[in-house]
Design a protein around this ligand. Structure first.
Ligand SMILES: [Fe+2]
Length: 323
């Protein structure tokens, strides 16, 4: 079984990353950010101390899907992925080091909630990435009908001025495969959806003016819960960037909002799961209305909407977080 991966072929057993674990953010106004994610967005603070919070999604066995850290300046601290075994963690660390990728930490026991075994490295743009295995499973529960809180972290999208290099980094070093690409008739290819398991994407790379977080997306229980969540945020007066609607790439629904620090966060549901043996990547023109929003319910995607997701230049580039 071979996965078609653009012009390269990657045997699936070489894919050492199993899934997305969490996204970690540093913010100056910790109290406001914490209140937003717990009281409005619907995550649960499982482990918190002064200036540090680990927020879980009720439906997910992950110990946390968002970490908030109080800092003088806003930045992305970390994006974390899972591996199946400690041997895979070691193998990946050795392979990256041999390929000249800068490791931030060597594989070791993790001191974060749930423990486990992992290491950190800088990707080609300087983001700090963690890969871990053996993290304790959290006692989670089924999200109930009508409950408009996140089930799990769905995907993370990052901006970079060098998206071709970043896509190649994640393909060649980490075994991600391109599921689909979005293009603009004048601007060319703009966004690449990358998978590391049958979910259409766990990571996407967007062309942007600088390295930054584009958005973090949270899977809701279903359409009803997704729309209830969207309405709840609107009533709470949270600024909506784009949505509600349904994308063609990934076939998932979308409602994008801004957190108190201008990071875009998304409620989504029904993200497509692919048959990887038969999947052929598409190149979609996102100026086609049916590509951007199959339902036609979202506000038009224009440059103002796009610019909201450029975010501030990330100050964490090639500068690992202190914890
Ligand atoms: Fe998304």
């Amino acid at each position: 079984m071979i996965i078609l991966n653009g012009d390269a072929t990657v045997p699936p057993n070489e894919r050492l990353i199993t899934h997305l674990r969490h996204v970690d953010l540093a913010v100056p106004d910790f109290g406001r950010e914490f209140a937003f994610f717990t009281e409005t967005w619907g995550l649960k603070a499982e482990n918190t101390e002064s200036g540090l919070a680990f927020l879980a999604a009720e439906g997910s066995p992950e110990n946390y899907c968002v970490r908030l850290r109080e800092a003088d300046q806003k930045r992305i601290d970390l994006i974390a992925f899972g591996a199946a075994t400690s041997a895979d963690v070691d193998k990946l660390a050795q392979r990256l080091a041999a390929d000249g990728v800068r490791l931030v930490t060597e594989p070791d026991v993790l001191k974060t909630p749930g423990g486990g075994y992992g290491f950190r490295f800088f990707d080609n743009d300087g983001r700090t990435i963690e890969v871990s295995s053996g993290v304790e499973v959290r006692r989670h529960r089924q999200v109930e009908e009508g409950e408009s809180i996140p089930v799990r972290l769905s995907h993370v999208v990052v901006n970079t001025p060098n998206p071709e290099a970043t896509v190649e980094f994640y393909r060649s070093h980490l075994g991600f495969a391109v599921s689909d690409t979005l293009m603009h008739p004048r601007m060319g290819e703009m966004m690449w959806f990358l998978r590391t398991n049958p979910f259409h994407h766990s990571l996407a790379i967007a062309r942007g003016p600088h390295v930054a977080l584009h958005h973090a997306s949270f899977e809701m229980r279903g359409l009803d819960e997704y729309l209830r969540g969207t309405g709840r945020l609107l009533r709470a007066g949270v600024e909506k960037v784009w949505g509600p609607g349904r994308h063609t790439a990934g076939n998932n629904t979308f409602s994008y909002f801004l957190d108190p620090h201008g990071n875009t966060v998304e409620y989504t549901t029904e993200l497509e799961q692919l048959d990887e043996d038969t999947w052929h990547p598409h190149l979609y023109d996102f100026t086609e209305p049916m590509v951007a929003d199959q339902w036609g319910t979202a506000n038009p995607m224009n440059e103002l909407v796009a610019s909201k997701s450029f975010n501030d230049p990330d100050l964490g580039v090639f500068h690992a977080p202190p914890i």
